[in-house]
Design a protein around this ligand. Structure first.
Ligand code: PGA
Length: 243
């Protein structure tokens, strides 16, 4: 694992965006595994800037997103479909037909997951998978559990995740309680994993995930077994780790 220490959020966003930009430059028809959440917002803004400056071409890029709430219409501003369009897809020349997310509007979980697994299979793993990390160690919506779920599945979100997401909704009751998420194997199939983390609030989980035991109780800890992981984090998120 490589750890890249950034000064602050802005610096983390720039450094992580530079890695994704290098991937697109090296392989213009690459498959980007993308993530939502507050952490990657800044790096998407950096990618948009590079595109606007004529430095990046997304026309042959394909993308697969980690997860999506179950039951939110796509035009709901909290759906991850909306997030991706708002923060990236609508601002660059990516072909929307080449962007993929689990379809949260499909009521039948089995059907939704089978459909997304078939899409992921057709790519055979992302060239680079971007990840954030939850305070409980989740990646995508793979919550702490007794076993690692391998493929796309429907999850019941943990109380702590629902509470963490409540800030984006009018009330607790409005937060979706289930989501479709790539499984651990889908994530580990990526040729490279880029995890971004910032802020003191992530310091304990960054230490636990990357320096503690590998366990499904801390889903991100599985990344210790991946051959090509880069962690880009700011000083605050790395404050409990000795480098
Ligand atoms: P955050 O979420 O970027 O909003 O902190 C990260 C995650 O839950 O994966």
């Amino acid at each position: 694992m490589r750890i890249i220490k950034a000064k602050d959020y802005a610096d983390m966003s720039k450094k992580a965006a530079a890695i994704i930009a290098a991937q697109i430059t090296m392989k213009p028809d690459c498959v980007l595994g993308l993530a939502t959440g507050s952490t990657p917002e800044g790096l998407y803004a950096e990618l948009v800037k590079m595109y606007e400056a004529g430095e990046l071409d997304f026309s042959n890029v394909q993308s697969v997103n980690l997860d999506e709430y179950k039951g939110l219409p796509r035009d709901n501003d909290q759906s991850y479909y909306y997030f991706m369009n708002h923060h990236l897809f609508s601002h660059v020349n990516i072909d929307k037909a080449n962007t993929n997310l689990p379809d949260g509007t499909i009521e039948d979980s089995e059907e939704a997951c089978a459909q997304y697994n078939a899409i992921l299979d057709s790519f055979g793993g992302a060239d680079i998978q971007l990840l954030g990390i939850g305070h409980n160690g989740h990646i995508g919506f793979n919550e702490p559990a007794d076993t690692f779920e391998l493929l796309t599945h429907c999850v019941d979100l943990q109380e702590s995740t629902i509470k963490a997401n409540q800030r984006f909704f009018a009330s607790y009751d409005d937060v979706p309680k289930q989501a479709y998420t790539m499984g651990i194997k889908n994530i580990m199939d990526a040729k490279m994993v880029l995890l971004v983390a910032n802020g003191e609030g992530k310091a304990d989980i960054v230490k636990e995930a990357f320096f503690g035991p590998v366990t499904p109780q801390v889903p991100a800890s599985i990344l210790q077994l991946h051959k090509n992981v880069v962690l880009v984090a700011d000083e605050a998120a790395l404050s409990k780790v000795e480098l």
